[in-house]
Design a protein around this ligand. Structure first.
Ligand code: MIG
Length: 823
């Protein structure tokens, strides 16, 4: 009743509060009805200001707001309704403060202004409105429509917290991680609550993951908001009221980061400085993966493996779904299906296949099962509010669930992988970690979690449960594999999950609509800071026809994670299942993936090291072009290859939009001008691909799996350009963390031509030396007749133009300058 007394004091000077008290009393008298109070309380005029280092505290006499300068471009806002902030702990942001050049606060007539070199955060005195302005242009990027507000939560304590910003007439929105439907989020409403969404539909919400981060773009400039709140949260982008963008949550703190652009790319990179990037994956993880629910027994697994090798279709990984276990007990084997897993995994490895196995969170209640016994004895399983165990039915039957938000449990779980690692398992796939429970859907709200010591109910922990599970998996594998790079996949996650593994979009459907949707989902994940993402190629449920499967393989060639997967009750779904000409086309694209491996890997490095997204939607390339806000099916992989997937049944051509600059048709070498649309041939064997003029695209020889052969020659495809363009080639050991000690090779190429000459320069950084000796050059699009070539001023004697008018020659890998002279 203390709360009410406190309110009682205020009733005198604030009518609104009186209303709250009345509502509350009503609820207490009638506990059967919904306990949620209806009246919201808003911040009122600013009364006090205090500075503490890079934090500024503003108070309206009761509530307090903290404004923290995180970096020159990032400012964090927190609200404490009655003046007491929650503990400053986040699973998403391990370290809040970054480098700030300078910042200051000024008091002006009607507001306070906190500014860095690039942005100003204004706090209006009379109504506590907060806004963010770009300093240079004085443009208001994001501005409160009403002050931050909240409602008390009688049942659980704490508050429902709300922020409402202005939504400008021409503003568009992106991000939010895994959402279904169109890329542009304008005019829509979303909810975040990790959900097992089997066979989800277009616009279905919520799905499996929670990434409460969005980008807004208006007046050609972009900013981002990261609402770091793990409770069930909501976003409305001008749907309820087209002049308002709101976000709110069922608990926790109203805490968000304003992240400045002005380019969408800047926003994503800065978001990534807060939440981290994906570590370098083992190189084989970028190969083609074959999965199904499930391949068993051993004979079937071998048959699939042989199927790849005998047909010369490259493949790096084969998956064991839940049926490899003994009665779905994690960390056990069904010895009827797999009598000697160690031998099998070794034989697969000898043939170039990595074995990836599934591990679920549900542990069978069975006193003869060691994992259950250990968990029970050590009190590792989740409990209800009154101390009963959290029990639910999943694949093994009656289960209990480890509390992955407890660091001790994470460590225990991480070590459970020991035997799997010892027998040679190379990767782990974590499923059902929303967490999913048959019937009930998920855990009840009252389940308790350790939350790394910042205890909470399932309301607070639900959305991070999956992320903490894959974190435990990743950390465990990393230790057990003695610092080789682990490969992990997770279905559920929260912001920051990219530090622990890759993700697939869950149980999609074998339809053309889902091909379109998957294309958008991967791009959206990429701009939401989760770049290593893929769909179940072919669709999980239902059955694709041959054409759909092939188009999906083509798109999948440019998904950061490339894996075919299917539910068990469907027809066989391997790249050869549909006969010719499909098998050959599928092979060509999977081979293309392997040819481009050094490029894909370099793009991954750009992400890991510099925070660039891997897939970049057109709108991110040219946000100032309004039409791009409505184009959603093309993207670049890195910044050199533009991918225009074919998403329509029966299509033999498609319209593509090429961004600024000049682009080469990857297949024909035709040069096309950007900033315009083109109709491009797209027969079944032909997914339109374009390469930016001036690019250097490295290729390795096709291999049946990563590391099959020594790379003794690297092909450099150089696309002539009359303006200078830089490209990168990143190489390292492929499976260790030595890159953290600069043991890598980062080559930079610059290409610049004029009407009579082409100059290519190379510089090398890092301490790793690849063991090939030669570059094989393929220079495309030279507009003049070649008279002479020099490498570091020495003449190249042996060169020729091939049938596609490409200049070909070989030379030492360590050149500094190549010059091609025309007549
Ligand atoms: O209740 O392990 O999304 O990829 O094959 C279904 C069986 C459980 C759901 C996953 C799917 C996987 C399947 N799993």
């Amino acid at each position: 009743m203390e709360e009410q007394n406190e309110h009682g004091k205020e009733i005198k000077d604030d009518g609104i509060i009186q209303e709250i008290v009345e509502e509350t009393v009503q609820h207490l008298n009638n506990p059967v009805t919904d306990l949620k109070p209806i009246v919201k309380k808003y911040l009122s005029a600013v009364q006090k200001v205090k500075k503490d280092g890079n934090k500024f505290y503003f108070s309206d006499g009761d509530a307090r707001v903290e404004i923290r300068v995180v970096s020159d471009e990032i400012i964090r806002v927190r609200l404490a309704p009655h003046g007491v902030f929650l503990d400053d702990f986040s699973y998403a942001v391990p370290v809040v403060d970054q480098k700030v050049t300078t910042f200051k606060m000024e008091e002006l007539e009607d507001h306070y202004a906190i500014s860095t070199n690039t942005i100003t955060c204004k706090i209006r005195k009379d109504d506590f409105h907060i806004s963010f302005t770009e300093k240079l242009s004085q443009m208001v990027m994001s501005e409160d429509e009403s002050p931050m507000h909240w409602e008390e939560n009688i049942e659980f304590g704490g508050y429902y917290v709300y922020a409402t910003k202005k939504c400008l007439p021409e503003e568009n929105f992106y991000g939010l991680g895994d959402k279904s439907g169109n890329m542009n989020l304008r005019g829509r409403h979303f909810q975040n609550w990790n959900t097992d969404a089997y066979s989800f539909g277009w616009d279905q919400d919520p799905l499996y993951r929670t990434i409460p981060f969005y980008l807004g773009v208006h007046q050609q400039a972009a900013y981002g908001i990261f609402f770091d709140n793990t409770f069930r949260s909501y976003f409305d982008f001008g749907k309820e009221d087209n002049q308002k963008t709101s976000f709110w949550a069922d608990g926790g703190e109203l805490q968000y980061y304003y992240i400045h652009g002005p380019h969408m790319m800047d926003v994503v990179k800065r978001y990534q400085t807060l939440t981290g990037t994906h570590p370098m994956p083992p190189k084989w993880a970028l190969g083609y993966h074959q999965c199904r629910w499930s391949y068993y027994p051993e004979k079937k697994v071998k048959e699939i493996a042989d199927g790849f090798r005998s047909r010369n279709i490259p493949c790096d990984a084969i998956y064991l779904d839940i049926d490899y276990m003994d009665g779905y007990r994690c960390f056990t084997w069904n010895k009827n299906y797999f009598p000697d897993p160690k031998r099998m995994i070794k034989e697969l490895a000898d043939d170039g296949f990595k074995t990836v196995v599934m591990i679920d969170p549900g542990i069978k209640v069975d006193d003869n099962y060691w994992v259950f016994k250990e968990g029970k004895e050590n009190n590792y399983f989740c409990r209800r509010s009154d101390d009963y165990f959290m029990e639910g039915h999943v694949w093994p039957g009656r289960c209990q669930f480890p509390d992955f938000t407890n660091p001790t449990v994470r460590e225990w779980w991480g070590n459970l992988y020991k035997e799997l690692v010892d027998i040679g398992v190379a990767g782990v796939w974590n499923d059902m970690n929303e967490p999913a429970v048959f019937g009930a859907g998920t855990f009840p709200n009252d389940v308790r979690h350790n939350f790394d010591g910042y205890r909470g109910s399932h309301r607070k922990a639900h959305n991070v449960y999956g992320m903490q599970m894959v974190r435990s998996t990743y950390d465990g594998l990393k230790k057990l594999m003695r610092n080789k790079r682990p490969f992990t996949i997770t279905r559920a996650g929260y912001s920051g999950m990219q530090r622990y593994g890759c993700v697939w979009t869950g149980d999609n459907v074998a339809t053309w609509e889902h091909l379109k949707l998957g294309n958008i989902q991967c791009q959206r994940m990429s701009v939401s800071g989760v770049p290593f993402c893929g769909t179940d190629i072919g669709g999980f449920s239902g059955e694709p026809d041959a054409e759909l499967f092939t188009r999906w393989i083509q798109l999948g060639t440019f998904s950061p994670f490339m894996r075919a997967h299917s539910a068990g009750d469907t027809a066989e779904r391997e790249p050869w299942s549909f006969g010719e000409p499909y098998t050959s086309i599928n092979r060509t694209y999977i081979e293309l993936r392997y040819r481009l491996m050094p490029y894909l890997y370099s793009v991954f490095w750009e992400h890991h090291r510099y925070g660039f997204p891997i897939l970049r939607p057109l709108v991110m390339l040219e946000q100032e072009n309004l039409s791009n806000h409505f184009r959603q099916d093309e993207f670049t992989f890195g910044d050199k290859i533009l991918v225009c997937p074919v998403l329509e049944q029966g299509a033999t051509s498609r319209l593509v939009y090429l961004p600024k600059g000049k682009w080469y048709n990857f297949w024909t070498h035709e040069v096309l001008n950007g900033e315009s649309e083109h109709n491009i041939e797209a027969a079944l064997d032909h997914m339109p691909l374009f390469v930016r003029a001036g690019s250097v695209i490295p290729e390795y020889p096709v291999m049946q799996y990563v590391g099959e052969k020594n790379v003794d020659e690297v092909l450099l495809n150089i696309y002539y350009s009359d303006y200078e363009v830089n490209s990168f080639l990143y190489e390292d050991h492929g499976d260790t963390f030595a890159y953290e000690q600069d043991i890598y090779s980062e080559k930079k190429f610059s290409v610049k031509g004029d009407q009579k000459k082409l100059k290519i320069e190379q510089s090398v950084d890092g301490l790793y030396t690849p063991n090939y000796e030669l570059y094989n050059y393929n220079i495309i699009g030279i507009p003049f007749k070649v008279k002479k070539i020099t490498v570091d001023e020495q003449d190249v004697l042996d060169f020729h133009m091939d049938e596609r008018n490409c200049l070909r020659f070989k030379s030492n890998k360590n050149f500094m300058t190549i010059k091609v002279y025309g007549e």
